[in-house]
Structure formats: C-alpha cells, structure tokens
Design a protein around this ligand. Structure first.
Ligand code: ZN
Length: 178
C-alpha cells in the first residue's frame, strides 16, 4: 500500500488511524476535522465499491470508469455537502495510479506488481481542505447515492462542538450536529 501523501497537514495523527482501518467491501470511512473555518475531510473508499475493480484499469471500459470518478472526486460537493456555502481550498488523492501502466515489462520486485494474478484490496483515499466561513450544522454524503456498491460510511469527526462517530447509509445520509 502506498503511503498517503497529505496535501496540507492539520491532524497528522489521523493518517495512522486510517491505515489501521479494516478494508470492508460496501463500507467507506470518512474523517472530518475542523479548525476554525477550515474543514479537513478524508474519504477512504474501497475501490471495488466505487469502480467495480481493485486494480489499475486494464481495458477501455475500466479506464473510462476511472476517469469519470477522477473528474468527480476533484470537487468535494460530489462526495460531501455542507449546509452552508464552502470553498474547496485543496484536494489530493492517492490510491490507484490512473493512466500509469503498472504492469510494465520490467517486472520489478515491488509491491505494485504482485496483484496481476491475485486479488488485492485497494482503497481510494481522497483528502479535501474546505473553507466554510459560516457555521456548519449539517453535512450529507451524495457519494452514497451515486455509488451502487457503497452501502455505508463510517464517519468520525472531531470538530469544535465535539467528537463522535456514526454509520451513515443512503436512507439516512445526513449528519446533524445541532
Ligand atoms: Zn477489496
């Protein structure tokens, strides 16, 4: 598994928490942290739930699916929506290397080349830094309604009004803090 390169570090300790999470098909994880107007939101989503496969795209159809999600994930509103106007400050993602052919002829003895014949689990990790000048009291997760195989999101938050965690599903895809 590649190390996750954070665009901007606010709560570094959460990276360790993310990597100790279990990979459960159908369930993603979301980590929300707030520091004044800045919100850091990290998604860890099983690639199988988002793309339908857990490896680099191997044909045109898979490349198209990967490209579509790549475009989609660039805007936080496609994954999480706040009840106030917010602006995306930064975004980074790491997981599958879209567009790169990992199965090159120079068969290096690295982790990246082990999965050609076997099943390997992959997560898509996306980090947003979002600025919300007004008080946020509620967020919702449209990603749950646009990904067929994603059934739950285990959401953890550490914000100015407190900490907590809950399981979000498409029927109850809003998280209210007040
Ligand atoms: Zn998997």
């Amino acid at each position: 598994m590649k190390s996750f390169i954070l665009g901007i570090l606010i709560f570094v300790s959460w990276t360790a928490a993310v990597h100790s999470q279990q990979h459960i098909h159908g369930q993603g994880s979301v980590f929300i942290a707030q520091e004044n107007d800045l919100w850091q939101v990290q998604f860890v989503l099983p690639a199988s739930d988002i793309l339908g496969f857990e490896h680099s795209p191997e044909n045109e159809q898979q490349r198209l699916i990967a490209e579509q999600f790549d475009q989609k994930q660039k805007h936080f509103e496609n994954l999480i929506q706040f009840d106030v106007n917010c602006t995306q400050v930064n975004y980074s993602q790491s997981s599958l290397e879209f567009g790169e052919d990992e199965h090159s002829d120079s068969h290096e003895l690295s982790d990246n080349h082990e999965h050609s014949g076997e099943h390997e689990h992959s997560d898509i990790e996306i980090l947003y830094l979002i600025e919300c000048p007004d008080e946020v009291t509620q967020v919702s997760f449209p990603i749950l309604n646009s990904s067929n195989n994603l059934q739950n999101l285990a959401v953890q938050w550490s914000i100015q009004t407190g900490q907590g965690s809950t399981l979000i599903n498409p029927k109850r895809h809003q998280l209210k803090w007040h």
